[in-house]
Write a protein that binds this ligand. Structure first.
Ligand code: NAP
Length: 270
């Protein structure tokens, strides 16, 4: 959570709409998650975001789930309605909007590879299925975890690959999504030799804004984006849930770019 840009993004949105709201960041240890969530009720907070590693374990502390949260078994947004806490998943909407609105990519019929099998992977798999991907393959170091995530795409042709096999078979895919944290500390998520001009690479990491995978993909002639667009769109969807107002996406996007730029002015955003 130390890398969160969300306070800057939501702070800009509140200011833009003249709302007297504040977005605060707390580091919560796994054993304190239940108490932290109950605290939202006690404090009368309007809601919260939940990030790794709590997106799945938080479900047991909530009163109800939206359809999207239930379908992927992961929550990134909590809404307080009276005494009840409702879990939502805006990562699905965030990923979809990044693909459609920012990248301008029509994934219909494409062969997609999703690296990782956590909450972000579940959201990406669900979104790709909804957008009509021709096939979704999940690669993870734990195959049973990959199988559980592939099952999220029940409406499309979904399967799994071992990590090493995925590296060898990159050429068999049109779209590669990195939904692991690999790249946040400068490591290359996957050996990039198999990438070429026909690939679209979507790295869900947004900090640093240009990961080694994005850089390697671009060097190989592929089109590649970081996850900053997804971050802004999932934040906009959370904002809509909490406030009932249309989010000022331009102001949120500008705040995200500014916050990332302040961290690493040498790199571009996406
Ligand atoms: P998560 O639930 O912790 O899942 C991470 C996944 O990556 C797990 O499958 C994990 O495998 C795998 N992984 C971790 N280290 C690995 C390694 N060395 N080799 C192979 N696989 C590895 O995390 P998450 O919430 O899905 O987030 C994943 C990434 O997406 C993070 O970088 C996060 O910042 C980013 N994200 C971005 C947005 C956005 O809006 N742009 C939204 C959500 C997440 P194991 O289970 O075996 O450890």
């Amino acid at each position: 959570m130390g890398h969160s840009l969300s306070p800057a993004i939501h702070g800009a949105a509140f200011r833009s709409l003249g709302l007297d709201w504040v977005y605060l960041r707390f580091d919560v240890e796994p054993e304190a998650l239940g108490a932290a969530v109950a605290g939202l009720r006690a404090l009368g907070a309007m809601g919260a975001n939940v990030t790794m590693p709590h997106k799945e374990t938080v479900l047991e502390h909530l009163d109800d789930l939206s359809g999207d949260a239930r379908s992927v078994g992961a929550v990134n947004t909590i809404q307080r309605v009276g005494d009840r806490l409702i879990g939502h998943n805006t990562d699905i909407d965030g990923f979809s909007r990044m693909v459609v609105e920012d990248v301008g990519l029509d994934v219909a019929g494409t062969r997609c590879l999703v690296l990782g099998a956590g909450g972000a992977a579940r959201a990406a798999v669900r979104a790709l299925e909804r957008l009509g991907a021709g096939g979704v393959t999940v690669a993870a170091r734990r195959v049973e975890q990959a199988e559980r995530v592939a099952a999220v795409a029940d409406g499309t042709n979904a399967n799994t690959l071992g990590w090493d096999e995925a590296e060898r078979k990159l050429g068999a895919f049109d779209v590669v999504v990195n939904a692991t944290p690999l790249g946040m500390k400068g490591e290359l998520a996957i050996a990039s030799e198999g990438l070429g001009p026909s690939h679209v690479v979507l790295d869900l990491i947004y900090d640093p804004p240009t990961t080694p995978l994005v850089a390697a993909a671009r060097a190989a002639g592929a089109r590649a984006w970081s996850g900053l667009g997804m971050l802004v769109h999932q934040a906009a969807a959370s904002f809509r849930i909490w406030t009932g107002s249309e989010p000022p996406v331009e102001a949120m996007s500008a705040a995200a770019l500014h916050a990332v730029g302040r961290r690493d002015p040498r790199t571009e955003s996406r």
